[in-house]
Design a protein around this ligand. Structure first.
Ligand SMILES: Nc1ncnc2c1ncn2[C@@H]1O[C@H](COP(=O)(O)OP(=O)(O)OP(=O)(O)O)[C@@H](O)[C@H]1O
Length: 222
């Protein structure tokens, strides 16, 4: 594992969905502990880009590099990345706690430790009182906080969060943001797709995706 270079990078990336090019010739470098807001109008490709960077959607061209190593060459590097899905991606017939524990156990963490870490993460995201509730019984905002808790509990090197505050009231928005930014303070590279300028303001820089045309450069305004 290399150190000192970008935690996550993409070079000449192209993403396609349904036969259409959404992103093309996109280059970006993200450094350890960096906090980046990914902005752009609805439909500009933020979700598509995050999904590609996470390794879930294979790029149509170009490469995603994790600590300088191509993700397609070493798929196990995906364990270094966590994605908070816009639609949360929770298992609705499991409880909030089980959702977090299952992810931790899949990452190789033994059950007692997984239970402890899950409880801690749910507490930090103010959803501890719903730990034993089925996800399908929770509100959208509560589910979103469980999804953030799950990603944070994994302590990933890179956390990609797709509009993680979109369903939050102002108080909970600050809690979610504080927790995400705290992870960055501990070295996690953080990318937050957002429409909220106040969220972007708390990041180190902004990468803008333009509407209507595939973006050419990854360096956005800051
Ligand atoms: N699976 C898919 N099949 C067909 N088209 C898709 C698919 N996924 C994304 N798209 C299209 O790709 C474009 C970019 O969508 P994407 O969801 O990445 O944008 P976004 O910037 O995240 O939007 P929003 O801010 O509304 O969440 C849109 O035109 C969308 O319709």
């Amino acid at each position: 594992m290399t150190t000192g270079g970008p935690a996550l990078a993409c070079r000449a990336l192209a993403c396609r969905a349904d036969g259409r090019t959404i992103i093309s010739d996109f280059t970006l470098e993200l450094f350890p502990g960096e906090r980046v807001a990914l902005m752009g109008p609805s439909g500009s490709g933020k979700t598509t880009l995050l999904t590609t960077l996470s390794g879930l959607l294979p790029p149509a061209a170009g490469r995603v590099l994790v600590h300088g190593v191509p993700l397609d060459a070493q798929p196990e590097l995906r364990a270094e990345l966590a994605l908070v899905f816009q639609s949360y991606g929770l298992l609705s017939l499991l409880t909030a706690a089980e959702n977090v524990e299952v992810a931790l156990r899949a990452a190789g963490i033994p059950p007692p430790e997984a239970m402890r870490l899950a409880a801690e993460a749910l507490e930090r995201l103010r959803v501890a009182k719903f730990a034993d509730h089925l996800v399908e019984e929770l509100s959208g905002g509560q589910q979103q906080r469980v999804a953030v808790a799950r990603a944070l509990a994994l302590r990933p090197r890179v956390l990609l969060a797709d509009e993680p505050t979109a369903e939050q009231d102002p108080d909970h928005r600050e809690i979610v943001l504080d927790e995400l930014l705290a992870a960055a303070g501990q070295g996690t590279t953080l990318v937050i797709a957002t429409h909220d300028p106040e969220v972007a303001e708390r990041c180190d820089r902004v990468v803008n995706l333009r509407a209507g045309a595939p973006p050419r450069a990854g360096k956005g305004s800051s």
